[in-house]
Structure formats: C-alpha cells, structure tokens
Design a protein around this ligand. Structure first.
Ligand code: HEM
Length: 151
C-alpha cells in the first residue's frame, strides 16, 4: 500500500484549521444519508466526536508505520463488532467522511486529494474489517475466553 501521504497531510491540516468541528458535520451528513446507523450511537456523540478526530490525527501521524496501523486499527475494528457495526457500513462512513472533507476543503479539493482519501479510507476500513473478522473467528488452537461446550 503506498498512500499519497503529502496530499493527505496537507488537506487534513487545512480542513482541521478551517473547521475544528469537522466531526460534528460528519455525523450530520452520516445520519442524513444513512439514518439506519443512528441507533448504534449513544445519546451523546460528543465523546465519540473527540475520539474520531483524535483517531484520525493519530493515523495521520503514523501513515508510514504499517505495524502500528495494523495492530491499532485491527483492535479498533474488533471493538466495532460490539458497537453493532457490520462490514456493509464501512462504505457509508467513508462516503460521509469524504463528503465532509470535500465540503470543508472547498476549492482546494482536487482529484488527487479525493483519490488519496478514498485509498486511505479503504486501507483503514480493510484493516478494521480484518481485525473484526479475526476477533469473530479465532484461528484453530487460539485460546478463547469461552470454551465451546462438550458435545
Ligand atoms: C475507518 C473507519 C473508522 C474509524 C477510524 C472509527 C473510529 C472510531 C473510534 C476511535 C471510536 C471510539 C471508541 C473506541 O475507541 O472504540 C469509534 C466508536 C464507534 N464507531 Fe467507529 N470508526 C470507523 C468506522 C465505523 C463505522 C463504519 C461505523 C458504523 C456506523 C462506526 C460506528 C461506531 C460506533 C457506533 C461507535 C461507538 C459510539 C458510541 O459509543 O456512541 N464506526 N469509532
């Protein structure tokens, strides 16, 4: 995976400077386009808003650290199973995220930046989905907390 790190960092810095409440806009768009996910989120999205921003900033800082990305996003994906998140929902979140970034970036948005974000989100989603799949189906011999009942 070779991401366009320069385009990602520059556009993200610009967007965060222009719209510090970026994630608030993201949720508004997500809930407008995919109201079926509203029920998954707690009553207040404030905590989640801060964490999503922090997660994005953390990922921006570690774009070239494949091991960190794999471990962190894999574990985050596994946690998302407990939130009721399914694989089909990942493109929905990507759509809302990229639409938000494009809206805030305005005329600085370009095909290069759009492509960089689509690839970065797809890579992040893939690592999270892989982590979720591993958690849902432990490999043979791997210890589990709840042993299967005897047959
Ligand atoms: C690359 C994709 C994603 C990233 C980076 C991401 C990031 C996060 C982070 C950092 C949290 C905070 C809680 C924690 O640390 O476990 C969180 C929670 C959550 N995420 Fe995601 N997420 C992604 C995709 C999704 C998708 C596709 C959905 C489906 C709608 C989703 C729904 C949720 C929900 C429901 C919570 C819990 C919120 C609450 O407690 O109210 N996420 N996510």
């Amino acid at each position: 995976m070779s991401l366009d790190v320069t385009a990602l960092r520059e556009s993200f810095d610009l967007v965060v400077t222009r719209a510090p409440d970026l994630t608030r806009r993201f949720y508004a768009l997500l809930f407008e386009r995919y109201p079926q996910v509203i029920g998954l989120f707690g009553r207040s999205t404030d905590r989640q808003e801060q964490m999503l921003t922090r997660a994005l900033v953390a990922v921006m800082d570690r774009l070239d650290d494949g091991v960190w990305l794999g471990e962190t996003l894999g574990a985050l994906g596994a946690k998302h199973i407990d939130y009721g998140v399914t694989e089909e929902m990942y493109p929905w979140v990507g759509d809302a995220l990229i639409a938000t970034l494009a809206e805030v970036a305005g005329d600085t948005w370009s095909p290069r930046v759009a492509k960089a974000w689509e690839e970065a989100y797809a890579a992040m989603a893939e690592l999270m989905i892989e982590g979720a799949r591993r958690a849902a189906a432990p490999s043979p011999g791997e210890s589990t907390l709840t042993p299967s009942p005897p047959v």
